[in-house]
Design a protein around this ligand. Structure first.
Ligand code: CDT
Length: 311
């Protein structure tokens, strides 16, 4: 028996700083409608999908910063997306900047949610691995100040029974860390959704930066294969406010094979018919965790943060 799901990644082209949320939501609704026409049941949208990628700028005015955040989801400007998805009967993953009163203070997270086809919130995730810096790096036109604007996520890497299978989420830089996938795989993940904004100049070292697309693919394919899970990753791409961000949105099978990939850096829907049972072969053989893993030998992974070199 197979468990098939028609899956899409709705890659988005650039969002200018001056673009309003209603204008962005209209683009997302167009992508949803195209998805419906192609028989899609679930759509993955990018990280921070309602605004430009604001961590590229040093902004001092807290009111201005908070203008990029959502106090409620859906809110007055974002609910048309939720309404249309429900009308079309399509579930989705989407990322946004979350401003929330928690533990007696205002907190800011880089967040994603899964919404079911009937419009119910299935789950929330807050980005754990925040890349970049808290202070601007001299000489860079585009900064990467996620460590300044967000706190690390505090919800772990949960998974949910939805879409007829077990689904988890991560956000952008998380996809480069093997722990991300493994924690979800240890809960039986069959699909991992990822939204991302990846500039092509993030180290400033050409030898590294020219491989940005390759490192992205490598991470997703390794994560999928080593954890016997589908991975669906949606970019915000193209030249956004002078920063070039990679496209290459893709759907990767548990075999590690790429089954769909974007060919532009604009708004583009990619789709694949995914058998959620495909990972079972790997989970019963080479990656049968309960037979082959040796957790007692991996203790350092949770005990140690940075490398300590031998004497
Ligand atoms: N958004 C995000 O996490 N982007 C990072 C690139 C920047 S690292 C300074 C990524 O890992 O793609």
């Amino acid at each position: 028996m197979t468990r098939l799901i028609n899956l899409a990644c709705a890659q988005m082209g650039p969002i200018a700083r001056s673009d309003s949320r209603p204008a962005v939501v209209r683009r997302q609704i167009e992508l949803l409608r195209e998805a419906k026409g192609r028989g899609v049941e679930f759509v993955v949208f990018p990280e921070l999908a309602f605004t430009t990628f604001f961590p590229r700028w040093l902004i001092d005015d807290q009111t201005e910063i908070d203008g990029f955040f959502e106090r409620e989801m859906p809110g007055p400007e974002t609910h048309p997306l939720f309404d249309e998805a429900k009308r079309l009967g399509i579930g989705f993953y989407i990322g946004y900047a979350e401003l929330v009163a928690e533990d007696g203070r205002m907190r800011r997270f880089n967040t994603s949610i899964i919404v079911s086809a009937d419009g119910e919130l299935v789950g929330k995730y807050r980005k754990v691995h925040l890349p970049g810096h808290a202070e601007p790096v001299e000489g860079r036109t585009s900064q990467h100040l996620e460590k300044r604007y967000f706190e690390p996520g505090n919800l772990g890497f949960p998974v949910w029974r939805t879409l007829g299978g077990i689904t988890g989420m991560c956000i952008c830089n998380d996809r480069r860390w093997p722990e991300t996938y493994r924690v979800m795989a240890l809960q039986g993940a069959e699909l991992v959704c990822v939204g991302y904004n990846t500039p092509d100049d993030h180290t400033g070292v050409f030898d590294f930066d020219q491989l940005t697309g390759f490192h992205h693919q490598l991470s997703l394919q390794a994560g999928a294969y080593q954890n016997a899970t589908w991975v669906a990753a949606a970019a915000k791409a193209g030249c956004e406010e002078g920063s070039n961000m990679i496209g290459l949105s893709m759907i990767v099978a548990p075999s590690g094979q790429i089954v769909a990939m974007a060919s532009t850096t604009a708004d583009e829907l990619i789709t694949a018919r995914c058998d959620l049972d495909m990972g079972t072969l790997y989970k019963r053989t080479i990656f049968d965790f309960s037979r082959h893993r040796e957790p007692s030998q991996y203790k350092l992974i949770v005990e140690r943060k940075g490398a300590i070199l031998p004497d």
